[in-house]
Ligand binder design. Structure first.
Ligand SMILES: Nc1nc2c(ncn2[C@@H]2O[C@H](COP(=O)(O)OP(=O)(O)OP(=O)(O)O)[C@@H](O)[C@H]2O)c(=O)[nH]1
Ligand SMILES: [Mg+2]
Length: 437
């Protein structure tokens, strides 16, 4: 009897403990739970509960975007609006549709300080999975603080999935444009038989993308049309972003404002020589243009970056255009417009395989005063197969860079970045020689 009493007492104690645990657990999941927030101003990305982007995906994927649709910040904000939203000392509490309360950082950039600028990406629908990582890098390192717009361009209609996913990741307004057929195709003056023979020959010689028609359309579009797409006409500056790229360091300043305040027109991260097989007559054609139009070259141009013999020949150095931060006004200006037109009529986008990188680079070097070009040595960048990994310890620490300096390409002998610094008397990191060779 005493033994069964003891059992009863133990059972009662166990049930009481279970009830207490249940109470504590249920308390922990009520909306009164206040998570720990990192209040450091450099950590504005902190989203406790991880719900903002996810909520936006859901909200946007439930929308049915039209062909020229755009998803504004206001749309996204509306997705989180809730009757229970309340300001709370720099944090905004909001109860989502799932009933959970989350806190969002409310520090905002002063919108009046932003300038007219956008990211721009040319992509196919099938590039989506390669692109999302690039967007995330840009957002995490820079744009979550500034919310600049993002324009996506395609020669076909973007799918609803492409729009839903990208608009969920971009913190600014996203815009989607279809390229006009007249700008993505063979111009009427191109001899199709001649162009086809070139592609076959380049294929046989195993020249990269040598037999590709779409690649040529892409290069021509990036050379002469992206900056005049109707969606781009709203902007003064752009940052070009491609699939599968990485940004290695924090960018805490407004990089577009930097361009404007410092009168920069073309910013780049990696430079290298072009394959001569793809541009055998580009320099000859450029020289013809310059001879006929010497007025387009300012006195302090940077011819010495692209030529080692006073303009006789091209040394093949070019800025890698998969990363560009630049002035749209420059491309839209008289000098570049006339240059592109001249190149386009010469047919080298199809009779050879002229890339937008050497075309942009030669134009920037020749038609801009040299101090309008800027090497972004502080952002850290990767596009297969080259890394720009800042080697200066101070830059790496301040900007929280996460790359391997042993992989840096910037100061290698094959890079043209050393030349850029030498001819412009620019300071190099004190330890750059340890990363050359
Ligand atoms: N809409 C569209 N975009 C394209 C096409 N071809 C390339 N692109 C885009 O144009 C940009 C450059 O193309 P890439 O294939 O990256 O060319 P690349 O950088 O020279 O070569 P990779 O080493 O393959 O990256 C990327 O943003 C692509 O998504 C196309 O046929 N249609
Ligand atoms: Mg690429």
């Amino acid at each position: 009897m005493a033994r069964s009493n003891a059992r009863l007492v133990r059972l009662a104690a166990f049930v009481a403990a279970l009830l207490l645990c249940g109470f504590i657990l249920s308390k922990g999941s009520t909306s009164d739970y206040v998570p720990v927030i990192n209040n450091d101003t450099k950590s504005e990305t902190t989203v406790v509960g991880g719900g903002k982007a996810a909520a936006a995906v859901v909200a946007d994927s439930q929308k049915s975007p039209s062909s020229d649709s755009s998803s504004s910040k206001a749309d996204k904000a509306a997705a989180y609006k809730s009757p229970a939203a309340a300001a709370d000392g720099g944090l905004k509490a909001s109860v989502g549709e799932d009933g959970y309360k989350r806190y969002y950082y409310t520090d905002k950039v002063d919108e009046s300080q932003r300038i007219s600028a956008t990211f721009v990406t040319l992509a196919r629908n099938r590039d989506l999975n390669s692109l999302i990582g690039s967007i995330r890098h840009i957002e995490d390192r820079f744009n979550n603080k500034f919310h600049y717009d993002w324009v996506f361009l395609n020669d076909e209609e973007f799918t609803d999935e492409f729009k839903a996913v990208t608009s969920s990741l971009v913190s600014g307004t996203t815009k989607y444009g279809k390229i006009d057929k007249s700008q993505w195709g063979f111009p009427e003056w191109i001899d199709q038989d001649k162009a086809a023979a070139v592609r076959k020959d380049m294929h046989d010689r195993r020249i990269i993308y040598g037999d590709s028609i779409p690649y040529r359309h892409m290069c021509r579009y990036e050379s002469g049309f992206f900056y005049r797409h109707p969606l781009m006409m709203d902007y003064e500056y752009y940052w070009r972003v491609e699939p599968d790229v990485k940004i290695y360091c924090d960018i805490d300043y407004d990089i577009f404002r930097f361009m404007k305040d410092n009168k920069k027109s073309y910013g780049w991260t990696i430079s290298l020589p072009e394959y001569i097989e793809t541009i055998p007559t580009l320099w000859k054609t450029t020289k013809e243009f310059i001879k006929a139009n010497p007025q387009y070259l300012p006195e302090n141009n940077m011819l010495d970056f692209v030529s080692d013999d006073g303009g006789e020949s091209y040394n093949l150095c070019h800025f890698w255009s998969n990363f560009e931060i630049g002035s749209l006004e420059f491309w839209r200006g008289e000098a570049y417009s006339a240059y592109f037109e001249y190149l386009d009529k010469a047919g080298g986008f199809f009779y050879e395989r002229w890339g937008d990188a050497p075309v942009h680079s030669i134009a920037a070097a020749l038609f801009l005063p040299r101090d309008e070009l800027h090497f972004f040595g502080d952002v850290g960048y990767y596009h297969v197969p080259f890394h720009n990994c800042p080697v200066d310890p101070q830059t790496r620490l301040t900007n929280k860079c996460v790359c391997n300096t042993q992989e840096d390409f910037t100061w290698k002998d094959y890079s043209c970045t050393n030349k850029f610094h030498a001819i412009n008397n620019l300071r190099r990191p004190h330890n750059w020689k340890s990363f050359s060779g």
